[in-house]
Design a protein around this ligand. Structure first.
Ligand code: FMN
Length: 267
């Protein structure tokens, strides 16, 4: 089994690792695969593990799925989310159809919500382990072990919320700013304090090499490729990187995952 994963703050990696350990899977980081130009995968079972953004599949994962070739009889997708998973399964199935893939199993798993404009990370982080995550994980492992064919059902309201979310191109009110997934132009919402040491960790945790570090002047600048994963914001050792509308300056990383693992996954 191969498990292709992306993570910004460790939730999806925690799930990917746990499934890989229990079911003897090989972990492959999606950012590494993209950087190596590796898009074809062959195995008895192949899984995708990623966080959900804006009630759907992150654009970065959509692009990967469209470029990838999966030679397998059992393709599964698991999305981690914080509060409301919207229509992620429907979105994933639509993308898969367009790309010519067939998913046998799609499920979601509730974890800490790392969306800074929506949540106070000190409070939300304290919910780790309290969202039924581990119980759901056991079900998912058993389903995959038994090659269960199942797609999590999503009703009309979920699809509507996804469509509304994705029709917002640019937030026009404070409320929309809180909800919006930023997407294009996210660099206009990111700002820094003056505590940068020029360590470059932000660049190492960025999956798309979007951050340029000026080590001499101890500043950073963003290129135009950000898709809004918040990895730099959460993992900066100086807590120097911020986003407009963030509820507090607290940050989060899954307690089962080290910073070194995130660097290894995304650099
Ligand atoms: C840009 C962005 C958008 C998000 N949108 C949603 C959302 O619509 N619904 C939700 O429940 N969680 C949302 N989240 C929370 C993440 O899906 C969740 O915290 C996930 O487990 C993070 O995984 P990771 O630690 O592997 O990066 C969002 C997070 C980010 C950064």
């Amino acid at each position: 089994m191969k498990i292709l994963y992306f993570t910004a703050t460790g939730n999806s990696l925690h799930i990917a690792k746990s499934i890989a350990q229990s079911l003897k899977g090989e972990l492959l980081s999606i950012p590494q695969m993209i950087k190596e130009g590796r898009f074809e995968f062959t195995d008895e079972k192949i899984g995708l593990l990623f966080p959900l953004y804006g009630y759907g599949v992150p654009s970065y994962i959509v692009d990967f799925i469209k470029r990838a070739k999966f030679n397998t009889n059992y393709l599964f997708g698991i999305s981690t989310f914080g509060v409301y998973s919207g229509a992620v399964a429907t979105h994933l199935m639509d993308v898969a159809k367009e790309a010519g893939h067939h998913f046998s199993y799609v499920n979601t798993i509730k974890m800490v919500d790392n969306y800074l404009p929506g949540f106070n990370m000190a409070k939300e982080g304290a919910n780790e382990g309290k969202k039924g995550t581990e119980e759901r994980l056991e079900t998912i492992k058993s389903d995959i072990a038994n090659s269960k064919e199942w797609i999590i059902p999503e009703n009309f309201l979920r699809k509507l919320s996804f469509n509304i979310m994705h029709s917002i191109k640019k937030p026009v009110s404070k409320k929309q700013l809180k909800l919006h997934i930023y997407g294009e132009g996210i660099e206009n919402y990111v700002y820094t304090d003056n505590n940068c040491t020029g360590c470059g960790l932000c660049a190492n945790v960025c999956p798309v090499n979007n951050i340029v570090v000026d080590k001499e002047n101890k500043t950073i600048s963003l290129k135009g490729d950000c898709f809004g994963c918040f990895s730099c914001l959460h993992n900066c050792p100086q807590n120097n990187i911020h986003i407009k509308g963030e509820v507090s300056s607290d940050r989060y990383r899954n307690s089962n995952i080290t910073l070194a693992e995130i660097v290894k996954s995304n650099s």
